[in-house]
Design a protein around this ligand. Structure first.
Ligand SMILES: [Zn+2]
Length: 255
């Protein structure tokens, strides 16, 4: 297959984060994600505007487990489900959302806030619709924005795709139900946290986590990173460790 073009990678020791730069050199770039946030040092920026979404539930297409994450794919052939405002210069189309999560409740998020990791982190990936397609957007500094939502477990049916390679129709889903009440955010310039780590991402990290049940986390942790006919291998701890912030500025909205 296309193993030359896309060398294997994963989260286990042999093909894990410490090895990614060998096949994906962007991994050693100066603007990589995720990062560790020290909220005391974050500059409050009155210029940062509120952000808005207009999501069409009819745009959700499928839900799949690709062996590395659980992902919902949206129709992005026109400005159907969009995000604007905040630190963004224009209109960004929603392409997919996916999760990163841990084997226990105190790990799993990619971004770390004041030394703490959340149980999971949701990423909603959007691309700047002034570019002609997603591939072109990936080559631009302002091509992509990812809204990140932290998931915290509390006592209070996520998905039913247990094996890698499984894909089911997933329609009439409005992802804005996954946002917390508060729209306050931190923002910085970074990269994708999976190969090939393109540095084209305006991150919008929502400060308030959403609460999920222990049951929902158990469902995420029961997904398999192998195909249905292979031995079960729990898909957990699919998160990249924090990368150096270097000279980048993290800004906080006032809200
Ligand atoms: Zn992600």
């Amino acid at each position: 297959m296309s193993s030359q073009l896309h060398p294997p990678w994963g989260y286990s020791k042999d093909i894990g984060p410490d090895t990614w730069h060998k096949n994906y050199p962007f991994a050693k770039g100066d603007n990589q994600s995720p990062v560790e946030l020290n909220t005391d040092a974050i500059h409050q920026d009155p210029i940062l505007l509120p952000w808005f979404t207009s999501y069409d539930p009819g745009a959700s297409k499928t839900l799949l487990n690709n062996g590395k994450t659980c992902k919902v794919v949206f129709d992005d052939t026109f400005d159907r489900s969009v995000l604007r405002g905040g630190p963004l210069p224009g209109i960004y189309r929603l392409r997919q959302l996916h999760f990163h999560w841990g084997s226990t409740d105190n790990q799993g998020s990619e971004h770390i806030v004041d030394g703490a990791r959340y149980a999971a982190e949701l990423h909603l990936v959007h691309w700047y619709s002034k570019y002609s397609n997603y591939a072109e957007a990936l080559r631009q500094n302002d091509g992509v924005t990812v809204v990140a939502v932290f998931l915290e477990v509390n006592t209070k049916g996520l998905f039913s795709i247990f094996s890698q390679g499984k894909e089911i129709p997933f329609q009439k889903f409005d992802p804005s139900i996954l946002f917390p009440k508060s729209r306050g955010y931190w923002t910085y310039y970074g990269s994708f946290t999976t190969p090939p780590f393109e540095e084209c991402v305006t991150w919008i990290l929502l400060r308030e986590p959403i609460i999920v049940s222990a049951d929902q986390m158990t469902k995420l942790r029961s997904l398999s990173c192998k195909a249905a006919n292979e031995p079960h291998c729990p898909l957990v701890d699919n998160c990249r460790p924090p990368q150096p912030l270097n000279y980048r500025m993290v800004r906080a909205s006032i809200q």
